[in-house]
Write a protein that binds this ligand. Structure first.
Ligand SMILES: *Cc1c(COP(=O)(O)O)cnc(C)c1O
Length: 381
């Protein structure tokens, strides 16, 4: 393949891996009639996921956004509270803070990892700060130590938004086990998927009990139809959990496949002058939810034409998320977040999924190199 030979089938940016086991487990639900939010797959998925994260409790939810909202509610976050989070994240993180009536306080990004700039957090703390949300963006873990230290000193909760980072490790500790609690997503493009789904993990027994109560309409676990608090219906169905069980049984393979894919990209793109490849810091085990590159300096204005060229060659891509501070509900002075503003405009997420072949990755690398030259962003190597 070369950049002139467009493949017959479009190369998708993400694709789930669904096998026979998923079908068998789902069929088991359908045949047994346990299709709603009671059934053995739910406990099995929760227990398996807790074990995978090395925590005591995992509470399944219907998606990753409700998982974050549920975590904040169970921590007692409400109006008047401030929650610190990165401006460069998927919108769900900020929205969940707003659902609680609390105020999101944004922090710019680190220029190497694109994660929250941990050095910039302290200056954002006020008497109203209650929590810090650490988003492990694109699968690279946040540098957690300073966050944990600040939290300890100022009596703050730490919520890990690990929606994009199943299995990633920080200094050998798996994400999901580091903060007060952590949230995950199992949306169709995530590392493990159930279609739609989410999870909250924690080692805190009392918090786990609260999470379960708020997830199920606030009902008292010992008194049916008695609701001491206003809860939600954020439950996962047994069918969804069945898919999750099958996915979890192949998680090691999924992580290994992504690591191999990232290595193909890194060697295929290494010679493109000025292109910034994803880093893996000394403290990190990256899981490459998305293999995200930054175009060479000055590339922001050319990003969309690069993506359009790739599209014309049958390659789907995604721009990096718009940072929160540029969007209408959250808009602030852009100049306060210079790095996130710039990197979001220069960033492209390349196709990252387990079904990609080495030949396809080589083709994508070749097309990207050509596209960069074509828009005048780098001199021919
Ligand atoms: C996907 C994602 C979510 C939300 O998950 P859904 O399951 O789509 O609701 C939250 N935070 C981040 C960082 C995500 O990437």
């Amino acid at each position: 393949m070369n950049y002139k030979n467009v493949p017959a089938a479009k190369i998708r940016v993400a694709s789930p891996v669904i096998g026979e086991k998923e079908k068998r487990y789902v069929n088991d639900c359908l045949e047994s009639g346990w299709i709603s939010s009671i059934g053995s797959y739910i406990a099995r998925f929760e227990e398996g996921f807790a074990k995978f994260c090395g925590v005591k409790h995992a509470i399944a939810t219907n998606n990753g956004t409700t998982a974050i909202h549920l975590a904040l509610v169970a921590l007692g976050i409400g109006p008047g509270d401030e929650v610190i989070l990165p401006t460069l994240t998927f919108v769900a993180t900020a929205n969940a803070v707003r659902y609680c009536g609390a105020t999101p306080v944004f922090v710019d990004c680190d220029e190497e990892t694109l994660n929250i700039d941990v050095q910039a957090i302290e200056s954002k703390l006020t008497v109203r700060t209650r929590a810090i949300i650490a988003v492990h963006l694109y699968g690279h873990p946040v540098d957690m130590d300073l966050i944990l230290e600040l939290a300890e000193k100022n009596d703050l909760f730490v919520v890990e938004d690990a929606a994009e980072a199943h299995g990633a490790k920080y200094k050998g500790r798996i994400v999901g086990s580091i903060g007060t609690c952590a949230t995950f997503s199992f949306y169709g493009n995530k590392i493990l998927t159930t279609g739609e789904g989410g999870m909250v993990t924690t080692n805190d027994d009392l918090l786990a009990a609260k999470l379960r109560i708020y997830r199920g309409q606030g009902m008292d676990p010992n008194r049916r139809y008695w609701h001491p608090v206003i809860g939600y219906n954020y439950r996962m169905t047994n069918i969804v959990a069945a898919i999750g069980c099958a996915q979890l049984e192949r998680v090691d393979e999924a992580l290994a496949n992504r690591k191999r894919l990232a290595a193909w990209y890194s060697s295929g793109l290494a010679q493109i002058a000025g292109l910034v490849l994803p880093v893996q810091k000394y403290y990190a085990e990256h899981v490459y939810w998305m293999y995200t590159v930054l175009l060479p300096e000055g590339g922001a204005a050319k990003r969309d034409s690069v993506c359009k060229f790739l599209e014309s060659r049958g390659i789907e891509t995604r721009p990096v998320f718009f940072p929160m501070h540029v969007m209408p509900p959250y808009e602030e002075d852009w100049a306060r977040y210079p790095k996130a503003t710039e990197f979001a405009e220069r960033g492209i997420s390349l196709p990252t999924h387990e079904l990609l072949t080495q030949d396809e990755v080589a083709y994508i690398c070749e097309c990207l190199e050509y596209a960069i030259k074509r828009v005048g962003l780098s001199i021919c190597a």
